[in-house]
Every structure is written in structure tokens, then in C-alpha cells.
Write a new protein. Sequence first.
Length: 199
Amino acid sequence: MKTKQFILLIVATALLWSCSAKIVSKNFYQEHGAELEKIEENYKRLYSKKPFSLAFTNKSLSKVSVEMITDSLTYIYDFDVNEKRLPDTLRKYGLDSDSVLALIQSMQKVSCTWINNFDYYVNDNERRLIFISIKPVLVRYPLSPPKYYIIAYFQRPQTFDDKGRLLDGRRVNRLRKLNGQVFHKITDRVCYTIAEKYR
């Protein structure tokens, strides 16, 4: 009898988690959509001048990892956000330090843990999108792994099925997976998934 009750509890917990995570995802974008779009636009503008990505490496979002991409090598440095060598290093690699620091502060405000540019291909044509990962503040159920809300910003409108899932194209009913995840529609060019890893 106890075994049945335990199994029912686990199933109920999983269903509640799934529903609550989707609700949190939709509500989060509705509440913070303007701030997220500003983060995406600023990152896209800065990335076009010099490729880089940002990731926070602790829960309090006070430590940031900066990946700087040059013609021959990729450099990854970890900093405390208020560390004096952070702006110096950004300038050394040709980044606009004031703008990147402002971007870091914007990310902290909405608990954005990671931002990166992602290349993908459609009919042998290279396309780009921007990933933004957020750690939503919500109650976690016992034994459940942490979840991240990952938003994908495409440069052009995308195709979705009748359940709002991202498809490979207009004439293809196959689901398009990004980083192994199925994404769901928010707008024609913005979609989300819920994952256990933030990148």
C-alpha cells in the first residue's frame, strides 16, 4: 500500500512540476518580455562587433564567465562582477566594456544566467539565433533537478505545429530540436523550452 502511495506521489509531483514550469515560463516572458528583448538587442549589437558570450557561474549571479572569441582562439575568463580586471580584460579583447557591463547588470535584474549566439542551418544556409537562459524562482519539488527557462530569439519568423512546437520548416512537419530540446512558441520569432541545463 505504501509503495502505491509513494508512486502516486511521484507521478503527481512530476505532473505538477511540468504544469507549473510551463505556467512560469509563459508568465515570466509576459512580465519581463521588454527587458529580455532589450538584452537580446544589446547582445546582438555587441556580438556583431566582437563575438563573446556571458554566463553566471553561481546562484547569486555575482560571478561571471566571459567567453571571448578571436580569429584563432577562444578565451574563457571568470570574474567577480565588481572586479577591476573585468573591464580591463574586456577592453583588451576589443569589447566595449561599458556596454558589456551594462548588459551584465541587465541580466542580473531578470536572473538571466547565460546568453550566447547559436548557428544552425536551413537548406545549407547558415542562420543565427540568440539563446537566453533564465533560472526562474519557484518552489522545487523533492528529488526534482533544477530547471532553466531557455528562450530562443530567431532573426526571422518560424513555423510551428498546431501544438505550438517549433518545426524544421513550412513544408516539413518534423520538429526542430535545438541542443536536443523541443521549443514552444511565444511569438513568431521567439520560443522557449524548459531544460535541466542552462546551456
